[in-house]
Design a binder for this molecule. Sequence first.
Ligand SMILES: Nc1nc2c(ncn2[C@@H]2O[C@H](COP(=O)(O)OP(=O)(O)OP(=O)(O)O)[C@@H](O)[C@H]2O)c(=O)[nH]1
Ligand SMILES: [Mg+2]
Length: 614
Amino acid sequence: MGFVLWALSEQNLAGLFCRRDVVLDRYKKIRQELMGCIERLVGVSSSRDNAKIVENLREIGEKLSGNRFHLVVLGQFKRGKSTFINSLLGDKVLPTAVVPLTSIVTLLKYGDKENIEILFNDGKRTSVPRGELADYVTERGNPANEKKVKYVEVSYPSDYLKDGVFIVDTPGVGSTFENNTEMTYNYLPKVDAALFMLAVDPPISQSEIAFLKDVKEHVAKIFFVQNKIDYMDKNEQQESMLFSKEVIETTLGSDSIQIHPLSAKLALAAKQEKDKNLLRQSRLPEFDRVLGDFLLKEKGKTVLRSALNGTRKLLSDEEFAIELERQAIATPLEILEQKIQLFQEKMEVVKGDREDNAYYFEGEIKRLIDLLDRDLEKLKRIEIPRLMKELEVSGEKYQHKSVSQYIELMEAELHQGVVRTFDGWIVQEEERLNKEYARISKRFSERTNEIIDAIVNASAELFDLNLERFTAEEVISSDSQLYYMVGDPPKFFDLEGAFEFFSRKILPRGFSQSVALKDLQKKLPEKIDKNSGRVRWDFMDRIKKSFLKFRWELNLKIDATEEGIKKAIDKAMVLKKASAVEVEKATTLIAAQYRQLELIKEELEALDGTILKL
Ligand SMILES: Nc1nc2c(ncn2[C@@H]2O[C@H](COP(=O)(O)OP(=O)(O)OP(=O)(O)O)[C@@H](O)[C@H]2O)c(=O)[nH]1
Ligand SMILES: [Mg+2]
């Protein structure tokens, strides 16, 4: 009894605290229904032995459940980013403090139980208890990242993180720890949305404005949050917000910036103490709704629609196969055999088209890699002399330093110069390659659809079928992106060691600043080459993997269509040689399968309407 009461009250509280969004709940419901339809269709197709359709359906299901969304929390140090994430989770998972703290990017994702994993630069990983997290992600526990942590992944059982929402905590920019700022800049590309955290006291600063300008270059959607409203009364809050709003609007050249006021500190306390009033006072729920709405509208809807269309398409393939089977059963054996012969001849032609298509696609991918090579060459041609020049200027600046100090400073300058050069270039190049890749894959996808249509038309013609097949405009946006660029966190180019040109302890006799400079300049092209090689390899690897995956998926589609048709004809052929009773039995079964398909179809159509209204 006690347990039931407890469970009930927990549930009520969950209702209060998790009503983050009605819209998001609707999204989940639609997704669940869609998953249900997919499962039922899998049932029909399995009973019809249509392995390829089953495989395709499973893939759609996996995509639907694996939908990811990266939300990165950014801002100047001490604005309350880590506290804010804790307030979403309702638990003090991330370390927070009054001094600049977070120094390592932390990725939070859903897990059935809490697990904190540290990923190191050298590829090693280790799990640590929550109490030890601060030893890795804070400036105090891991000064200047002496532990060589790449990033940290926290799995945590929060509703917030369900449905593929990834939240990223970043080191605050602008603190005395430059390394932290760099870590955050590295994480900017390829996030779905950013949450830019400001606070009431002090309001937006010059360094935040500069940072915002950079963020804007990388992120399509930025939410603005004004934290720590508990410090001020309503009027002061308003005043501070108006000030920030004006500054941001001027910076971004927009006149409709919305700033969401809240208190992460109060929200966290409210959730921990299960205090409804306090939670309302924190104003977190209001922002929650805005965020949930965005997750759904911008991301969820596209994913739902793409899965729905894919499923409808496969359903119509299965429907087609059934019609074909029916028709074939009704055709006299001799004529059926002739038709099968003709169909096989047509399939030979299709096979040729298919090979041409694959060949064409492969050629285009080769051209894409050539483009990458040319761009890299250009980068080297322009940047090496520029970096040389920069080094000379720095050399003059540090002339008066001791040789070992000089080397240390020069190496640091060079390191920063190269990181800056490559960072900016990688972002641009990635965009360029992505665009090209999208163009190529769209073309490939269109040709694949033409091939599928040719197969279907050939058999429809042979059997006088007049079927309305579902052909939705394909949502290829996700497939046409370089797949491995979308899913993974961006690469940190580990330049470590690359610039330790000299062993500082044993400098040769007579080693002077000018000799050091010459040596640095001599070795510079080599170092750049090494890094270019790494960048090239990484891009190429992603292009190739994306290409193989995409081609595999499209081939699967063609196979599914062809196999469905072949199976239907084969079944009819078997029945031709069977007894009347068996034919009767098979016909009844087919009719039942057809009815099931009709029911699923109706449900899918209804879901289409619901998604439209979302
Ligand atoms: N009064 C008040 N204090 C807050 C609020 N949110 C955070 N703080 C405090 O602000 C300080 C900084 O919070 P953090 O969450 O560590 O800030 P951060 O942005 O992650 O800082 P860095 O990791 O250094 O960039 C801590 O002392 C928090 O308790 C709030 O809403 N109200
Ligand atoms: Mg922090």
